[in-house]
Design a protein around this ligand. Structure first.
Ligand SMILES: Cc1cc2nc3c(=O)[nH]c(=O)nc-3n(C[C@H](O)[C@H](O)[C@H](O)COP(=O)(O)OP(=O)(O)OC[C@H]3O[C@@H](n4cnc5c(N)ncnc54)[C@H](O)[C@@H]3O)c2cc1C
Length: 464
């Protein structure tokens, strides 16, 4: 591991306005705080960027010292150890502007969804946020961005029209479809492989309100609810995006009282249309049995986080996921066998319905691929390092059992700590896209400075 000399460190500090922290400095650990405690950070130096110029200085320093660059934004998607790296934290890059008339927003890299939702919600405008309000807007969008309005509008990355990025040469580039079509294509889908994105502009939508929220049923109805879901999605309008999740909730204060310590079925709906029609669509699930909580109603966009009700407090999560091309009854039975069993260690087993605009290429192509998938499956368990191998093995067995119906591919944002080997990373992209990404990596990051991620290794297509 390269060490950094005191003189070099002093040089970096003189160029950066934000904090530059080594393990010896107070504030180092706090600077590295993250959401998923299963992957903690221990870089050689942490640079708390206050401006794009700070990011440029940190990247130039890293390349000059032949060190990798890691990026820590909201900490929901860390994948590999950042030991030995120059880690850039983005939380101080907090700029957020909304142009109500043009229906656009510009966010800097530290902005989280909650801030954007609050701002645009007041204006009767919505965006393509994901399930969790505490994820960073940019970190989410660079991996695609699959959210509650996905079937109607597609991936968040499909509606980005400019990115300001610091590339491996330390340059700050304003990247658009016309100015730099290759980099523009790659950045929207290939996550942090091509640089540190410091700002992004994207389209907002006229979503003042929607019919949706969460319907919680007793766990005993899991089989009925999942089989109904399977039949119900056939012919569903694109205005409806829905998912179903089996939850095993702890008896903790953050869990609403009636759900505490229980196994429950959580149905999530977001319908962009008439509320009466939304209620008609949801009705079959209400008829399944007495809900524990029925919070499906007409909601303002500002309440969109209530659709999934994701946890907001940090915890050690062991995750796995797969994509399905179809969901026959046998696949549902397999899902139930792993997720509804009393002995299952999973706290969450989720099935999201895709299709609609998520299944179509965007107006300006991007690196978000594998759009043929009809469903995502996501499994999560909570446990520290001593439990992780057992939990991971259970999740592997779960997704392997679903293989007969899997597309064999992955969704970039649902790639986790165990998915960083090159063969698995390749699964996040169609073959032709992956070849193009490797070529572009060669062009934009030949030394693989940005490798503390689900790494796309530079190469040219003749090697494949
Ligand atoms: C509770 C929870 C709910 C989620 N829900 C959804 C969902 O509904 N839909 C969905 O699509 N995804 C979802 N995700 C996945 C999430 O979108 C990704 O993990 C995303 O990368 C997290 O971004 P972050 O900034 O919060 O995480 P971080 O851990 O800070 O960043 C993760 C990685 O993203 C890259 N990155 C982040 N910011 C930048 C930047 N500015 N420039 C370059 N690279 C960057 C880096 O490679 C970094 O290592 C969820 C994750 C969690 C934990």
């Amino acid at each position: 591991m390269n060490a950094i000399s005191p003189a070099d460190l002093a040089g970096l500090r003189s160029e950066v306005a934000g904090p530059v922290l080594t393990p010896d400095d107070a504030g180092y650990t706090q600077e590295l705080s993250t959401f998923n405690l299963a992957v903690t950070h221990a870089p050689l130096v942490a640079v708390g960027a206050q401006s794009p110029a700070d990011v440029q200085a940190a990247v130039r320093f890293a390349t000059a010292h032949n060190l990798p660059v890691a990026v820590l934004s909201a900490g929901h998607g860390s994948s590999v150890s950042s030991a030995g790296s120059v880690l850039i934290t983005t939380r101080r890059l907090s700029g957020l502007t909304v142009d109500e008339n043009a229906r656009t927003a510009r966010v800097e890299a530290g902005v989280r969804w909650a801030e954007l939702i609050e701002r645009t919600g007041k204006l009767g405008l919505g965006a393509l946020n994901g399930s969790s309000p505490t994820v960073s807007v940019i970190g989410y969008t660079l991996g695609g961005g699959l959210g509650p309005f996905g079937r109607r509008y597609g991936y968040a990355a499909d509606h980005v029209w400019s990115l300001d990025v610091v590339t491996a040469d330390g340059e700050l580039r304003h990247v658009t479809a016309d100015g730099d079509p290759d980099l523009f294509w790659a950045l929207r889908g290939a996550k942090g492989n091509f640089g540190v994105v410091v700002a992004m502009e994207f389209t907002l939508f006229p979503i003042a309100s929607f019919y949706g929220g969460g319907l919680f049923l007793p766990g005993e109805l899991a089989a009925k609810a999942l089989h109904l879901f399977r039949e119900w999605v056939a012919g569903l309008p694109e205005e409806m995006t829905a998912s179903v999740c089996l939850l095993s909730l702890p008896p903790a204060p953050f869990v609403p009282e009636p759900l505490r310590g229980r196994r429950v079925v959580h149905l999530r709906f977001a319908y962009l249309g008439d509320a009466a029609e939304g209620a008609r669509l949801v009705e079959p699930f209400r008829r399944l049995g007495e809900p524990i909580i029925d919070a499906v109603t007409e909601l303002p966009y500002a309440a969109v986080a209530a659709v999934h009700n994701d946890p907001v407090d940090p915890m050690p999560i062991v995750e796995q996921a797969t994509l399905l091309r179809e969901l026959p009854a046998e696949a549902v039975d397999t899902f139930l066998r792993f997720a509804a069993d009393e002995r299952s260690p999973l706290v969450m087993a989720e099935l999201r319905h895709l299709g609609g605009a998520l299944g179509r290429p965007p107006a300006i192509p991007n690196a978000v691929g594998n759009r043929e998938a009809a469903f995502t499956v996501f499994a999560a368990a909570v446990g520290g390092p001593e439990d992780a191998p057992r939990l991971h093995a259970y999740e592997e067995a779960f997704v392997n059992a679903l293989k007969p119906w899997s597309t064999g591919r992955r969704y970039a944002n649902f790639m986790f700590a165990g998915d960083t080997d090159p063969e698995t990373v390749a699964l996040a992209y169609p073959d032709d896209s992956f070849r193009r990404l490797r070529d572009l990596k060669h062009r934009f990051d030949p030394a693989n400075t940005f490798r503390i991620n689900h790494n796309i290794v530079a190469g040219d297509t003749r090697e494949l």
